[in-house]
Design a protein around this ligand. Structure first.
Ligand SMILES: NC(=O)c1ccc[n+]([C@@H]2O[C@H](COP(=O)([O-])OP(=O)(O)OC[C@H]3O[C@@H](n4cnc5c(N)ncnc54)[C@H](OP(=O)(O)O)[C@@H]3O)[C@@H](O)[C@H]2O)c1
Length: 356
């Protein structure tokens, strides 16, 4: 397929993950010359097998254009062999960096994977004989603690931002590092909001992303504002925009990929749709944190445990922020996957998802 990547040599990190794994078929189906995919062996499966488990047959269909590089982002220099490092430095034109630790509270892992690994990437780009295009997957949540507003791309990051968890701080720090050396590469930062997997994603990805919705229906009460808005986006939209941004020129450095003000959802509506999709009839009581504290003692141990598992997400749920997306739509056009997907989507996928 013609995409503007003709003859290009692309490095993708994070191909076994949610977003990188959805990028893989798009890149392999394009007219690029070579795709280097950096990943690691895990649980007895090598990097290629893990790509296959995420993205399916496409990994073998386009085998000759796909070159696997074994590496570990948590290790100094990504643990690359000198030959693989040379390939990345000298033989790639575009980097799509989806590799990251997405564990909210693993501070050491986030520091290594999301900050030190980005420093290594910067060094390789600086050494490159040609100016690379560097597409970094940021996070719309990297502005940290904010409330009741529509957030613009240029509002953050700021060094004095407060954060609920280290993960978002590490994403903010990485952006700052990338900007400091921006003259050495053509930087484009794609900041998704909260990403839902494609309909055909393996069940593991459905479960990992969507279990909080089902768990919220398993409890009597939650300390979440029913009218708080949340900004979910389908991975298809994220990947469509990454493809457009790496294939052609871009007039901004940073883009939200989000449903924005018009198409975002209130928690109550999301749970009504999830209940319909999973055949449940009852919503939880939406309480303030004081009301929940007063009610907590009367809840069963099981209910308290379930709400406890949701705990790290609850401050995010109550933020009531959405991320303006006019910039990406203006520059790259609309994406069919951006709007009006939630009702059908939840109906199609929720049967696979179990509460935790
Ligand atoms: N999903 C969202 O809702 C969302 C929202 C906003 C921004 N983002 C950003 O988008 C990017 C991709 O997120 P995602 O949702 O695709 O995350 P994900 O599903 O957790 O995937 C992360 C990827 O990074 C790889 N990785 C992690 N540690 C590694 C290491 N030490 N060495 C090599 N590879 C490593 C993982 O490989 P293994 O399989 O080997 O662990 C996996 O392929 C991240 O930068 C994230 O911050 C995601």
């Amino acid at each position: 397929m013609q995409t503007g990547l003709r003859g290009k040599r692309v490095l993708l990190t994070g191909g076994s993950g949610l977003i990188g794994g959805a990028m893989l078929p798009r890149l392999l189906n394009s007219d690029l010359e070579v795709l280097y995919s950096l990943g690691r062996s895990k649980h007895g499966a090598n990097a290629r097998e893990r790509l296959r488990a995420r993205a399916g047959d496409v990994v073998d269909e386009f085998g000759s254009r796909l070159r696997i590089i074994e590496g570990d982002l948590q290790e100094p220099g990504w643990n690359l062999s000198p030959a693989d490092r040379r390939k990345i430095v000298e033989e790639t034109d575009i980097v799509v960096h989806c590799g990251a630790s997405t564990y909210f509270q693993r501070e050491v892992e986030c520091r290594r994977t999301n900050e030190e690994a980005v420093q290594t990437l910067i060094e390789m780009c600086v050494e490159s004989p040609t100016k690379k295009k560097l597409c970094y997957l940021g996070s719309a949540a990297c502005g940290g603690l904010q409330r009741d507003r529509v957030v613009q791309e240029d509002d953050y990051p700021r060094p004095d931002d407060n954060h609920f968890v280290y993960y978002t701080r590490s994403k903010s720090n990485a952006e700052t590092m990338l900007r400091a050396s921006r003259d050495h590469y053509d930087l484009v930062i794609v900041r998704p909001s909260y990403v839902f997997p494609e309909r055909t994603a393996p069940t593991k990805f459905m479960n990992d992303s969507l279990w909080p919705l089902v768990s919220m229906l398993e409890v009597e009460a939650i300390p979440v504002r029913s009218e708080a808005r949340v900004d979910f986006v389908l991975v298809d939209a994220v990947c469509d925009y990454i493809m457009r941004l790496i294939s052609g020129p871009h007039s901004h450095e940073t883009y939200h990929v989000s449903t924005g003000e018009i198409a975002s959802y209130m928690w109550r509506n999301i749970l009504i749709r999830t209940a319909e999709a999973t055949g449940r009839s009852k919503l939880p009581d939406f309480l303030t944190s004081d009301e929940y504290a007063a009610r907590k003692r009367s809840l069963s141990e099981e209910h308290r445990l379930r709400v406890g598992r949701l705990g790290v997400y609850i401050p995010f749920m109550n933020q009531n922020i959405v991320f303006d997306n006019r910039r990406v739509i203006q520059d790259c056009g609309p994406s069919d996957s951006l709007f009006d997907f939630l009702d059908d989507y939840l109906m199609d996928v929720m049967h696979q998802v179990a509460p935790r």
